[in-house]
Design a binder for this molecule. Structure first.
Ligand code: ADP
Ligand code: MG
Length: 697
């Protein structure tokens, strides 16, 4: 293998390449357009496009594409070759500035949540120069935002970019109050830890449920699951190691800082974590990582499952979204400082996050809601559906001392006066390791752990950015007009703690007693996607996103619609898959096995009436009874699916799918799983959980 330093970023049109290949003036114009978000002249764009094309062709590329992130949650691309006819039967390779800046894919086949109905089907992609172009499979990919003819965002990138601007504007206002005159912008940074399962392609191919829905809809528990805890951080099997090696190399070529790879808790479960970067790029990189995980697994005869809950009974997969804020000069604003002034600033940013998470817990919960993630959140698995913040004992002790005007032990028994006293240094090691908290402070960043493994991280980050922007705005409004800054600051922090401490919880998030306590604190417990949906368009949420120009009301309505529709569609596909599996494979197989048992009984009895047929008789009787039960459940499920057409409102329809379809799916599954444990494996039509989970050896 080539040296990592040589391959890293080799397929990226990054700063080094631009510096080397662009005329100085062009390079400077591009940099200033990136820094200030200004539009580039077509002339400048043409020079850049040309340099990009030459570089891409040298790397073997023949096509280019505007690479975008529609509301499907995955990425989209439409390849165009660089060729342009010259009139003499030959071609030259061309790529214009206009083609770089703007594209016009047909938007009509992407989810628009009703936005399409009022506007033309045309959609536009617009170059996002803050994320570098790259080459993937011989195609020059240009990261772009995607919007409708009327300018409405139809993608995941647009609101994210808007939210980054919103939080930067407000954070800078706050920094100026603390005398910072040098920072020009504030960026949110993210490092997403990605969990996934790897199973053998051969067993995967035999499971229609995995093929159609990404998760097993049936499957009895295997004798061994994750109870021995022998997989977590265990030795990586050589086949998986080979996969990870190739994955790393491919990710590095794309400039993705793949850093940590290890086995996770469940058998066949693994994790990959990159080094953090700005949210926009981290989001693009995470999408690419998910794509490469799947592609490279196939090359190794395996399938990568990104579903949040591919297997019942063992852990599902999530994505830990490590989030922080830092200035363009490199200061992490969630890092406790060494001086009283720095500490005061840290505490104010901390309070902004606490207030944001408390006031917009519904939006944060909604941002991670989906049919897949419902199997984790609120279903006895980490983390719970209740949003709360873990701060650690020391930091919580400090906040308590401020709130109550008491002395804090660690501070040498002094009264904590913000801006005057240094908060005691707390060791980083004690700040984390509460793995049950959905939103944990981990020393210099927050880790949002509710995100589903298959989701784009754009959703949770634009909500988080905007909510924190709003709190910073309110803080800046108060402090800018204060007569005495230090007093006002102290009062503001104290007030925020008093009003929002209900969201802070350091205990065990899995405990039933916490759920009861959370409810008594007035925290929301939105267990499923349909539970979440009615909160989406709450007035305060519309106000939040519209006032910071992150989403218009119409865009929010469309996104709510898309979420509701997506949920219903997934449950519908799952239900239909179950019906097909039950009717065409499982029931016939069990019935066949019962018939064989009956034949055996007959044959045995013909030898002698006295021969015991206890196993055959009891099994045949039980399986027959279960078959009838399953059949009734099939009929009930079919009926429930049919009746869905009577529900027209999309939010109500999602509710209907949850209450009437999903519950029947669970009933059918329970019966079928019981049959699986009693049916000869020769007859059972699908690989078992044991075969799936331990398929990669
Ligand atoms: P762990 O959570 O396993 O203890 P780390 O805390 O080292 O591991 O990091 C987890 C993830 O958090 C990594 O992706 C890392 O790059 C990211 N991270 C570290 N610092 C920041 C930061 N300031 N902003 C965003 N992400 C960060
Ligand atoms: Mg972590």
């Amino acid at each position: 293998m080539a040296k990592v330093s040589e391959i890293f970023g080799s397929n990226v049109f990054n700063d080094t390449v631009m510096k080397a290949r662009l005329p100085r003036e062009t390079y400077k114009k591009l940099q200033s357009s990136i820094a200030n978000g200004e539009r580039l002249d077509t002339d400048v764009a043409t020079v850049i496009a040309n340099a990009m094309k030459d570089w891409a062709i040298e790397k073997g590329a023949t096509h280019y594409t505007h690479w975008f992130q529609p509301m499907t949650g995955i990425t989209a691309e439409k390849h165009d070759s660089f060729i342009s006819p010259t009139g003499d039967g030959k071609v030259i390779m061309e790529f214009s500035g206009k083609e770089l800046i703007q594209g016009e894919p047909d938007a009509s086949s992407f989810p628009s949540g009703g936005l399409r109905a009022t506007f033309e089907a045309r959609g536009y992609t617009a170059w996002d120069p803050t994320s570098y172009a790259f080459i993937k499979d011989g195609v020059l990919c240009i990261p772009t935002a995607f919007c409708s003819y009327g300018g409405e965002a139809l993608d995941k990138k647009t609101p994210l970019l808007r939210s980054m601007e919103a939080i930067s504007n407000q954070a800078i206002r706050v920094l100026r109050l603390f005398g910072n005159t040098t920072a020009k912008s504030v960026k949110t940074t993210v490092g997403p830890e990605q969990e996934y399962f790897l199973i053998d392609k051969e067993v995967y191919d035999q499971r229609p449920d995995l093929i159609y829905t990404g998760r097993t809809l049936f499957g009895a528990k295997p004798p061994k699951g994750q109870e021995l805890e022998d997989h977590y951080f265990g030795t990586i099997k050589s086949r998986v190691a080979a996969f990870m090696k190739e994955l790393d190399e491919e990710l590095w070529k794309l400039g993705i800082y793949a850093k940590t790879e290890h086995n996770e808790v469940a058998p066949a479960q693994h994790e990959i974590a990159p080094i953090f970067t700005t949210t926009n790029i981290a989001t693009d990189h995470n999408q690419l990582t998910m794509e490469l995980l799947q592609k490279i697994a196939k090359r190794h005869g395996m399938v990568c499952l990104l579903h949040e809950k591919p297997f019942a009974g063992v852990n599902g997969s999530g994505k830990h979204n490590n989030w922080s804020l830092s200035t363009d000069t490199g200061a992490n604003l969630l890092e406790p400082g060494a001086t009283p002034y720095e500490n005061a600033q840290f505490l104010l940013f901390l309070c902004a996050v606490i207030k944001a998470v408390d006031e917009y817990q519904d939006m944060l919960r909604i941002s991670v809601a989906g049919a897949g993630n419902d199997h984790r959140l609120g279903a006895n698995e980490a983390p719970p559906a209740v949003v709360s913040i873990f701060l650690g004992d020391e930091l919580e002790g400090i906040l308590e001392a401020i709130e109550k005007d008491e002395s804090y032990e660690g501070a040498g028994k002094t009264l904590m006066k913000i801006g005057v006293h240094t908060i005691p240094r707390f060791s980083r090691d004690t700040t984390d390791r509460n793995r049950t908290s959905p939103f944990a402070f981990t020393g210099n960043k927050f880790e949002f752990r509710m995100v589903g493994s298959s989701a784009s991280i754009s959703g949770c980050n634009f909500v988080l950015n905007t909510a924190v922007a709003e709190e910073l705005k309110q803080f800046a409004d108060t402090l800018e007009t204060a007569e005495n800054f230090e007093d006002a600051l102290h009062d503001l922090i104290k007030k925020t703690i008093v009003e929002h401490k209900r969201i802070i919880f350091n205990g065990n998030g899995y405990d039933d007693s916490w759920i009861a306590e959370a409810e008594s604190r007035g925290l929301l417990n939105l267990k499923s996607t349909p539970d979440c949906l009615p909160y989406y368009l709450a007035e305060k949420n519309i106000k939040l996103f519209t006032s910071h120009k992150v989403l218009t009301k119409e865009e929010m309505v469309s996104r709510c619609e898309i979420k509701a529709e997506g949920y219903s569609k997934i449950i519908s596909i799952e239900a239909q898959t179950m019906l097909e599996m039950a009717k065409r494979d499982i029931l016939p197989a069990v019935s066949g096995y019962v018939s064989e048992l009956a034949g055996t009984i007959g044959a045995k009895k013909s030898v002698s009436e006295a021969i015991s047929c206890e196993y055959e008789e009891k099994t045949a009787a039980q399986l027959s009874a279960l078959c009838s039960e399953a059949y009734e459940e099939v009929v009930a499920l079919e009926e429930a699916l049919m009746n869905a057409k009577d529900v027209t409102d999309s939010v109500e329809l999602a509710r209907y799918y949850h209450d009437s379809v999903f519950t029947r799916m669970n009933a059918l599954r329970a019966t079928v799983d019981q049959m699986e444990t009693m049916t000869s494996s020769d007859y059972w039509p699908y690989p078992s959980y044991g075969e799936l989970l331990f398929s990669v050896r």
